[in-house]
Design a protein around this ligand. Structure first.
Ligand code: DLL
Length: 434
């Protein structure tokens, strides 16, 4: 089923006309309402009325996270406080949080795009959805919440953590859909096995997983351990939260809701716009947001776009699973590697559990990478020889797939800290040195 066929399966020419109209209005709004953008546009000699088509996007200035921090907390808002009905913030790793605001219309848009997303995963009013993303300043919990209510599903707003309770309500209430980060889903899966929960009491059939990069190998593991079909949902607070893009049942990338968010892929170094099909940094322009519209916002997420019509009938552009964030890329002795590439190699081996951590350091001016791999319960052995063989095999697989020599440390089941939200996969000790 398609929630909004008129938009999601629109003729692309018609969609473009709508985007053009909305982009023109956006430029006018931010020119008059956001001093930051007025200054940027004026510097480029652009005035309202000059931009009439999305073909002109590349003439417009890019926006980066630091612009939001420099205008902390409300300097990027295009509406007065009286119009703002919700605030969210993401803490990030350094400095001030990034603050985002919503008007009533923005919240309606948000519910609409999440309703479209959930419908892609087959969620309907017949479902009971357990929302185990954190509720609060993080956009995951409340974002999924209102979209799920809009669809008419029964919502369990349990928030993240408290795994026992999650499993109790999952069985008692008969949840059919679970929404959480993929790493927490992996933890739920192993807890079901560990706590000897009666699987016939679990009615789950779908998972709505996102907020962090995860591989197809991870998908297979989680689908198996929870006995569900797992769907990828993408979003970021600055653009709206979850519901910027979502996978349909064909799982050939995530459909981007282009009537609200126009995607571009740029080369992160030259900043040039790249054609469909090429990997680069994803950039979004929000064309309907009222409280905090953003022009060509650099997400730092690396992916590529596909424009061909999908077998589901939707014509919306699809983005591939994110390879990672450009700031997550590790450079180990000159080899560029994303944590997701390491995850893919590890999880192809049944001995590795979905819990791993990467420790990067610098010893005698040389970068070192230690991969801590938690071994699945049934493969852990007291025999040193067995473990040593496994360690060597993982090391060889990493070396042949990524051209990288890493130290592999096998750790016992249940030793790597479980995450309730976004997993921290990388500990970069090089950044700790002052
Ligand atoms: O993570 C919003 C969200 C909540 C999305 C729940 C999906 C589900 P932020 O905290 O602002 O917002 O983090 C945004 O998380 O730029 C990506 O790097 C990463 N991310 C989000 N979804 C995915 C995904 C929420 N499906 C940042 N795959 C983004 C890979 C993702 N990375």
């Amino acid at each position: 089923m398609i929630w909004n066929e008129y938009i999601e399966a629109a003729d692309r020419e018609r969609l473009k006309r709508l985007q053009n109209e909305r982009l023109t209005q956006l430029i006018e709004r931010i020119y008059f309402k956001v001093p930051f953008y007025r200054k940027k546009l004026t510097e480029l000699g652009i005035e309202p009325g000059d931009i009439k088509s999305i073909d002109q996007l590349s003439q417009l200035p890019l926006t980066v996270k630091d612009d939001l921090r420099d205008n902390y907390p409300f300097g990027m808002f295009a509406e007065t406080q009286q119009q703002i009905v919700r605030l969210h913030a993401s803490s990030g790793t350094t400095g001030k949080p990034t603050v985002v605001g919503y008007t009533h219309n923005d919240l309606n848009t948000w519910s609409e795009v999440v309703a479209r997303s959930l419908t892609m995963a087959g969620v309907s009013r017949s479902d009971i959805i357990q929302i185990a993303y954190g509720y609060g300043l993080f956009t995951g919990g409340l974002g999924l919440h209102y979209g799920a209510e809009k669809v008419g599903a029964s919502v369990i707003p349990i928030s993240g953590g408290n795994t026992r309770k999650q499993l109790q309500l999952m069985t008692d209430f008969g949840s059919t859909v679970i929404a959480c980060t993929p790493s927490y889903a992996a933890h739920l899966g192993e807890s079901i096995a560990k706590d000897n929960i009666d699987r016939t009491q679990i009615k789950l059939r779908a998972g709505i997983f996102g907020a962090e990069p995860w591989t197809n190998e991870m998908r297979l593991q989680v689908e198996k351990s929870l006995n569900i079909k797992a769907f990828d949902i993408y979003g970021l607070s600055e653009i709206i939260g979850p519901g910027v893009a979502m996978e349909c049942e064909h799982q050939q990338g995530m459909h981007i809701f282009e009537d609200h968010f126009i995607p571009e892929i740029i080369d992160p170094v030259t900043l040039e716009v790249l054609p469909y099909g090429e990997i680069g940094e994803l950039v979004f322009t929000t064309i309907t947001k009222e409280a905090m519209p953003l022009l060509r916002y650099r997400t730092r997420d690396l992916t590529r776009l596909h424009v061909e019509k999908c077998a589901c009938g939707r014509t919306l552009v699809r983005m591939d699973k994110c390879l990672g964030r450009s700031d997550d890329m590790l450079i180990i002795r000159g080899v560029n590697v994303f944590p997701s590439q390491i995850e893919a190699v590890l999880l192809e081996m049944s001995e590795a559990s979905p819990h791993y951590q990467l420790v990067v350091d610098r010893v005698n001016n040389l970068d070192t990478l230690e991969i801590q791999v938690e071994i699945d319960d049934q493969f852990w052995s007291d025999e040193i020889r067995v473990l040593e063989n496994l360690r060597r095999q993982i090391q060889n697989n990493i070396a042949s797939a990524l051209g990288l020599t890493a130290t592999i440390r096998l750790v016992e089941p249940n030793t790597i800290a479980r995450s309730e939200g976004k997993a921290q996969r990388v500990i970069d000790k090089r950044k700790l040195v002052i």
